[in-house]
Unconditional design. Structure first.
Length: 363
């Protein structure tokens, strides 16, 4: 293998794939990236056996070949080189990395030992605009669980309902659902949140369409010259839609930025109480109060004018509330709830394509 690539393109490709490489696993080669010439392009690939990412970049190929080398070392080396042309040359199980100014040699491992995730054959396909997918993932990933003892909750559900594609996640304390686009196929995919964080990085500057190909075991996201393949999570996702109340006794609508401001300030006094703040709505005065009391620090009350329906109080985790408010895009926000133990719904009054549920705390 001998080729020339630009430092900029190789740095970008390694940035996509190297994060997946796992140096702490039982297989040392999983800490490597695969370099392989395919169809007059350089393919840079990495996997942790659950997720695989391939990035294809243009190259001036002089001879073909393949080799794996330590991901972190190659990424840091290339990132530190000056912009311009880099020559990569395979010398048996070593990789020479040369520029006009630098001459480096990296010890590698045969590409034959690199595990390849099986290709998706006869899979179904759907297409989503990258900006729409990115915006939706930003709004739902925050509610996915990190608790590996409940694997299904560490994923994001892609689900078709009445011709629309929804994505949803929950950690059992909060739930986020976003309506993305219209679909013709029936879709039911439980995708690891870790893989979707990588998808977001890949499409961060991409404005085209993302092709999603899937079967019963795997899903592939393809954006331009980058592909991510992930194993689906096996298990039954909770019927989360039953958690969303249809009617509410109390509603308050106000500017989102104003609610963020008063919750941020009040949360400073909520550190002793695990971040809990009390929201109280009064229809007669068209007001909402956000209150926190700390025996050591003191207390804080903040108020704002709202469009109110009904009276009521609810105790919420301030961090969960801020997380929800900060990923929304609307000018105004509506907080809806019933009793002190029922789920709280956060939506935009102008558009109900995003729903965020927070379970209240005991008051």
């Amino acid at each position: 293998m001998k080729l020339k690539v630009t430092q900029e393109n190789l740095t970008k490709a390694l940035g996509y794939v190297a994060r997946v490489a796992n140096t702490r696993g039982t297989l040392p080669i999983l800490g490597n990236v695969l370099l392989k010439i395919e169809e007059n392009q350089l393919t840079v690939a990495a996997t942790n056996l659950d997720i695989a990412i391939n990035s294809h970049i243009g190259a001036q190929v002089q001879s073909e070949g393949s080799l794996t080398v330590p991901a972190k070392l190659l990424q840091e080396l290339v990132a530190g080189l000056p912009s311009g042309v880099i020559e990569l040359e395979q010398d048996e199980q070593r990789l020479k990395v040369n520029t006009d100014q630098y001459k480096s040699v990296i010890n590698g491992v045969s590409a034959e030992e690199f595990p390849i995730m099986p290709a998706i054959e006869d899979g179904k396909t759907l297409t989503i605009s990258a900006p729409i997918l990115k915006s939706g993932l930003q709004q739902v990933l925050l509610a996915a669980s990190n608790d590996e003892s409940r694997p299904v909750l560490t994923g994001v559900m892609f689900l078709s309902v009445d011709g629309s594609l929804y994505i949803a996640s929950t950690d059992s304390y909060r739930l986020a659902e976003k309506q993305l686009t219209e679909v013709k196929e029936e879709v039911s995919l439980l995708i690891p949140a870790t893989a979707l964080h990588d998808v977001m990085r890949i499409i961060s500057d991409f404005s085209g369409d993302v092709e999603i190909v899937y079967d019963e075991q795997q899903v592939q996201f393809k954006a331009a010259d980058v592909e991510l393949v992930a194993r689906l999570i096996d298990g039954k996702y909770p019927d989360y839609r039953k958690l969303i109340p249809a009617t509410f006794m109390t509603k308050a609508t106000l500017p989102r930025s104003e609610l963020i401001g008063i919750v941020k300030v009040t949360s400073l006094f909520a550190r002793e109480s695990a971040g809990s703040v009390v929201l109280s709505v009064d229809e007669a005065s068209e007001s909402i109060w956000v209150r926190a009391v700390a025996s050591q620090l003191g207390e804080n009350n903040a108020t704002a004018k709202v469009k109110a329906e009904g009276d009521g109080s609810i105790t919420l985790n301030s961090r969960y509330l801020l997380d929800a408010l900060q990923v929304m895009n609307s000018k105004d926000v509506t907080i809806s709830f019933n009793g002190k133990v029922d789920p709280v719904l956060i939506t935009a009054p102008s558009n109900d394509d995003y729903k965020h549920i927070i379970m209240p705390l005991k008051s």
